[in-house]
Design a protein around this ligand. Structure first.
Ligand code: ATP
Length: 257
């Protein structure tokens, strides 16, 4: 299954455009003159080795860290706006550490996330039947994969223009990686996604386009398949062998890295 069109494959207006984005954390330049676009459909992968600035790029887009440069949502500048306004405009954020309220139930976690007058509860119930069955369970007692589903469900309850999803399969067992990947594929039918993902099998399964970072800068953009099929590029920018990107079922191969 391949759910997306890549940055290089369509002329349609991107839903998200980043141009000359830079950001510093504690005096260190973590994002440097980053430019790329996210198409209005499908999944675009944001790739790179550990510490190259993927999370910082996402945080800079939504104003969680100080940034300069241009960020456009559907053609409108949002780079001067506060995070809560950017979220209200329709940028959904699924953070790396999931950030569920551990002392609240699943149902309470979901209710707190409802922003729209008509939250998409039916969609969430269809996508996450397991959460429905666990609605009274404390979120802190869920497995990592279940907490990831809560985090994704919270973002999908609202009608967003784009979702920024940061390493959703990190630390999950292979079978659960496959479930999360399937859920992301379903979610991408309703909203375009910028996905930070280290598991290249998941990237191959899901992403149409790829943006690759190194040292806070963009070093490659293009169709995800082209990148994943290029052993030299993968080795140079991710420091892994092509095995990590070979076609495979993430249900079985998800924890290969
Ligand atoms: N709160 C912080 N204080 C100081 N430095 C930070 C902080 N957060 C991130 N950094 C630094 O910023 C750089 C980019 O980090 P970032 O988390 O954006 O990378 P990443 O590509 O998402 O990494 P990973 O794949 O490991 O999650 C790293 O050098 C990191 O050490």
């Amino acid at each position: 299954m391949n759910t997306a069109t890549g940055p290089a494959s369509g002329a349609a207006t991107p839903i998200l455009r980043v141009a000359g984005l830079s950001a510093r954390i504690a005096g260190q330049q973590v994002v440097e003159d980053v430019s790329f676009s996210v198409p209005a459909t499908g999944i675009t992968a944001l790739l790179g080795r550990n510490g190259v600035g993927k999370t910082s790029t996402i945080k800079a887009i939504i104003g969680l860290i100080d940034r300069s440069g241009v960020v456009e949502l559907g053609g409108e500048r949002i780079d001067k706006e506060a995070t809560y306004k950017i979220i209200k405009r329709g940028v959904g954020y699924v953070p790396e550490d999931r950030e569920v309220f551990s002392k609240l139930t699943v149902a309470e976690n979901l209710r707190l996330a409802e922003r729209d007058a008509a939250p998409r509860r039916q969609l969430v119930e269809e996508l996450f039947p397991d959460l429905l069955a666990r609605s009274g369970q404390m979120a802190g007692t869920l497995s990592g994969g279940q907490q990831q589903m809560v985090s994704l469900a919270r973002a999908l309850l609202n009608t967003n223009k784009v979702l920024l999803v940061d390493e959703p399969t990190k630390g999950l067992a292979p079978r659960i990686v496959g479930e999360v990947a399937e859920t992301l594929a379903e979610a991408a039918r309703t909203v375009p996604i910028l996905l930070v993902e280290q598991n290249l099998h998941v990237v191959r399964q899901l992403a149409g386009g790829a943006v690759v970072l190194s040292g806070g800068r963009v070093v490659h953009t293009g169709p995800a398949r082209d990148f994943l099929d290029d052993a030299a590029l993968i080795h140079r920018h991710l420091g892994v062998s092509t095995d990590a990107a070979a076609p495979g079922d993430p249900v079985r191969r998800g924890a290969a890295q």
